[in-house]
Ligand binder design. Structure first.
Ligand SMILES: C[S@@+](CC[C@H](N)C(=O)[O-])C[C@H]1O[C@@H](n2cnc3c(N)ncnc32)[C@H](O)[C@@H]1O
Length: 320
């Protein structure tokens, strides 16, 4: 009898595919060290290629499907950092929802084990002006709303990693302080102001998660790559990445970041056809996160022409 075929997964690639299908087709069992992701929240964001207004039960089914695939792909000591809001209000499609509880119920059923929850604290928050307060100046029906987000940290079977590589942290005083900050479940982050897609997260989130959860050369999966923030953090910290994004124009935005020599060792793949740049990586590791995010001139989501395809348009002139 023939031995089972050896599946070799290529890393440092982002696939323009639906993620559940993509994970099934491309990622072998027990192959991923860390998943860092922020899924669509089903709050009606006008994404380029995804219905963010599903019936609530369909959304839960979708969450179960992609989280089950993630679980299959993770190594035994693999981890996930899942960025979601504490709560959402989907109005007629289900009212107020304690999103963390819903996700954790699904994750627990699949088999994930809990390793912590991080409260995300925006530096200079921009969303504190609430206008919905329910019964004004009366206790009859006040509307108590928390706009904050968090990161759920969980793992597959074993929390202690067996196969460890080089850590981000050295013995320096600066790193000792940073380590203490990251194991405390409150991370400060700078708001993402570039608007590269409808809902890109702050670069600080994957950067902090990678520092505290992964080692150099680890393979990191983001099933919802959006504008490629997780990939960018991986390059900066010398981790391998693999990811999926359903929108062609968002993939174009990622490509644009590459063209600006921030992800220049990157290769993008559409439906398994590779294209990309083979320029040496000139990402400046000495810059701070703020400096890195301040420089790009990629088109923002509002200025992106939804008709731009991967082989033409603003960022694609140099595609092979
Ligand atoms: C919250 S955003 C993630 C943003 C990303 N973290 C970033 O910084 O740009 C969710 C992304 O998932 C994509 N998406 C939604 N459903 C998808 C699916 N089934 N498969 C792959 N991508 C999907 C959306 O197009 C959107 O870009």
């Amino acid at each position: 009898m023939c031995p089972p075929p050896i599946v070799i997964m290529e890393t440092n690639k982002i696939y323009n595919m639906e993620c559940v299908e993509g994970m099934k087709q491309i990622i072998p069992d027990d192959s991923i060290n860390v998943v860092i992701t922020s899924p669509p929240y089903n709050v009606g964001i006008d994404y380029d290629s995804w219905n963010d207004k599903m019936e609530w039960n369909d959304y839960l089914e979708f969450a179960k499907n992609w989280l089950s695939e993630v679980y299959r792909c993770l190594k035994k000591d693999g981890r996930i950092a899942l960025n979601i809001p504490y709560e959402i209000n989907v109005m007629k499609r289900g009212g107020r929802i304690f999103l963390v509880a819903e996700y954790w119920k699904i994750m627990q059923e699949i088999g994930f084990k809990f390793a912590g929850i991080v409260d995300l604290q925006e530096i200079q928050p921009q969303r504190v002006k609430l206008t919905a307060w329910g019964s004004w100046l009366k206790a009859s029906a006040p509307y108590i709303y928390n706009p904050k987000e968090c990161v759920i940290i969980a793992y597959k079977e074993e929390w202690k990693k067996q196969d460890v590589g080089n850590s981000y942290f050295t013995d320096s005083d600066k790193h000792k302080e940073e380590f203490k900050e990251l194991v405390y479940g409150m991370w400060k982050y700078r708001a993402e102001t570039r608007g590269l897609t409808k809902a890109n997260f702050s670069y600080d989130i994957p950067l902090k998660a990678l520092k505290i959860l992964s080692f150099q050369e680890d393979v990191v999966l983001d099933p919802f790559m959006g504008s490629g923030t997780t990939a960018e953090a991986c390059i900066r910290l010398n981790r391998q990445y693999i990811g999926f994004e359903i929108s062609k124009s968002y993939c174009n935005t990622m490509k644009c970041r590459t063209e600006q020599e921030r992800l220049s060792a990157d290769t993008f793949t559409q439906n398994s056809t590779s294209f990309g740049s083979d320029k040496p990586n000139s990402f400046n590791k000495d810059l701070t996160a703020t400096q890195q995010v301040a420089s790009p001139k990629c088109p923002s989501d509002t200025s992106l022409n939804p008709d731009i395809k991967l082989n033409r348009g603003i960022c694609s002139q140099r595609l092979k």
